[in-house]
Design a protein around this ligand. Structure first.
Ligand code: ARG
Length: 458
């Protein structure tokens, strides 16, 4: 089959060589962006009088017909035409005749593909920002319902100090807030037009790059044509931001998985977000949380594979770049899917407040309170730590908790103890008192919820 670029060739590649080199089976994902870019380009060719009004009109009509068919997923793509750009050009020529061949004047597939990807990522990063926003909204709502729900906070996965469940949920709110900011800030670099950089050196045609940039809604143009066609750092930044966000989601998944276990029983996922076992009838598995945790791996993998593809490439375009797409598509799909599932999973999750509260009563997470109590009464904190440590040891020996000790036993440990000690051993008290900025005290958590609300769009 004669290639669109076949002029200088005597032979055509073998079929399997063509197949190996083709990208149409995945880059057809860019079909709408490709046509959108072409419509802007042809309008510019007309405006700069590089082609006639009539020719431009014919090309635009042809492209619009293809656009309709593309939206209805009715375009017949062929491996013989290698990629989305050549397929569209071929279909255009089929549709309107040889004048379709004028579309590619002053343009190369190199600036064309880069343009498509900038358009594609802009659209998806904007969608991802909105999905993060929705997820944050859900977190804030759950937090509002659980300001006074107390559970043990952990360090080293050992019970450490009691905290408000809302405070725990809001920790993820703030991680996602930074993720959202990173995606927002990346738009400055994504929303830049490479169109008009040509193959690598620009073009002799009197084009107007700012015109196409404007038409496509880009805020700026690449200043250097070599850079414009061979920059993929806008994709790497997306993959890196996605990796960071998936890492946050994955940690949250890990907690949900623990909380669903018989050992914790802090939450129960809705049936619609859990699955059963084909063999063990009693099972209710947090599959979706596990899957998001698992999918984090492929996002990291996509980041590393593109970093590795890029590391030795000389300027400007190299065919290696074709490997930039599948990881980007896969990441978009994974990130969008994970955010949507997570939002629904949290929205419908049942919080087992009694079990959480019980856990704070059957442990030593109030030991810091006791040490602080002595320190407030004048004992150096280090000494207080030692005294309470010994009391904890006594409790463990006796198989009881701090609140079960007699007042005499406290007094024996230190004369600074009096009956008010029992009040501070209540985990609710421990949470309530943590009024430092960013702490878990109820009032502070309520303030944090208000702050968080100010950062999400409705
Ligand atoms: N399919 C190619 C890619 O994805 C398009 C650009 C091809 N340019 C070229 N000179 N071979 O990178």
């Amino acid at each position: 089959m004669k290639k669109l670029w076949g002029g200088r060739f005597q032979k055509t590649p073998e079929k399997w060589v063509d197949e190996f080199g083709a990208s149409i089976h995945f880059d057809q994902e860019l079909v709408l962006e490709d046509i959108e870019g072409s419509l802007a380009h042809v309008a510019m060719l007309e405006k700069c009088k590089i082609i006639s009004e009539e020719e431009a009109q014919t090309i635009k009509e042809g492209l619009n017909k293809l656009l309709k068919k593309a939206e209805a997923k009715q375009l017949p793509f062929e491996v013989d035409y290698e990629d989305i750009h050549l397929n569209i050009e071929k279909l255009l020529i089929d549709e309107i005749g040889p004048v379709g061949g004028k579309l590619h004047t002053g343009r190369s597939r190199n600036d064309q593909v880069a343009t498509d990807m900038h358009l594609y990522l802009r659209k998806h990063v904007e969608a991802i920002i909105e999905m993060i926003n929705q997820f944050q909204k859900t977190l804030v709502k759950k937090a509002e319902e659980n300001v006074k729900t107390i559970l043990p906070g952990y360090t080293h996965l050992q019970r450490a100090q009691p905290i408000s469940f809302a405070h725990h949920l809001l920790a993820y709110f703030w991680m996602l807030e930074r993720d959202k900011q990173r995606f927002e800030q990346s738009l400055v670099r994504i929303n830049v037009s490479p169109l008009g950089c040509g193959a690598l050196a620009g073009t002799t045609f009197p084009i107007d790059r700012n015109f196409t940039a404007d038409k496509l809604g880009f805020d700026a143009i690449y200043e250097n044509s070599l850079d414009g066609v061979s920059d993929r750092d806008f994709i790497l930044e997306f993959l890196s931001n996605s990796s960071m966000m998936m890492m946050h989601l994955s940690r949250f998944c890990e907690e949900i998985i623990l909380w669903c276990s018989q050992e914790f029983q802090f939450v129960e996922l809705d049936d619609t977000y859990a699955t059963g076992s084909s063999m063990m009838p009693q099972k209710k598995n947090p599959d979706m949380a596990e899957l998001i945790r698992g999918k984090t791996g492929r996002v990291y993998g996509n980041l590393f594979s593109l970093l590795t593809v890029m590391k030795g490439l000389p300027l400007a375009y190299n065919k290696d770049f074709q490997e930039d797409k599948e990881g980007m598509f896969d990441t978009v799909q994974t990130v969008e899917g994970s955010l949507q599932i997570f939002t629904g999973m949290i929205e419908t999750m049942r919080v087992k407040t009694d079990n959480m509260a019980k856990a704070t009563k059957e442990d030593f997470s109030n030991a810091t309170e006791l040490a602080d109590y002595l320190a407030t009464k004048g004992m150096p904190f280090r000494e207080a730590h030692e005294v309470v440590g010994k009391l904890v040891y006594t409790c463990i020996e006796k198989g009881v908790y701090l609140k079960d000790l007699q007042l005499e036993e406290f007094k024996e440990a230190s004369s600074l103890f009096d009956v008010s000690v029992y009040e501070i051993l209540d985990p609710v008290y421990a949470v309530q008192k943590r009024m430092s900025e960013g702490g878990t005290g109820f009032i502070k958590v309520k303030e944090a919820i208000e702050k968080a609300k100010g950062l999400i769009n409705n």
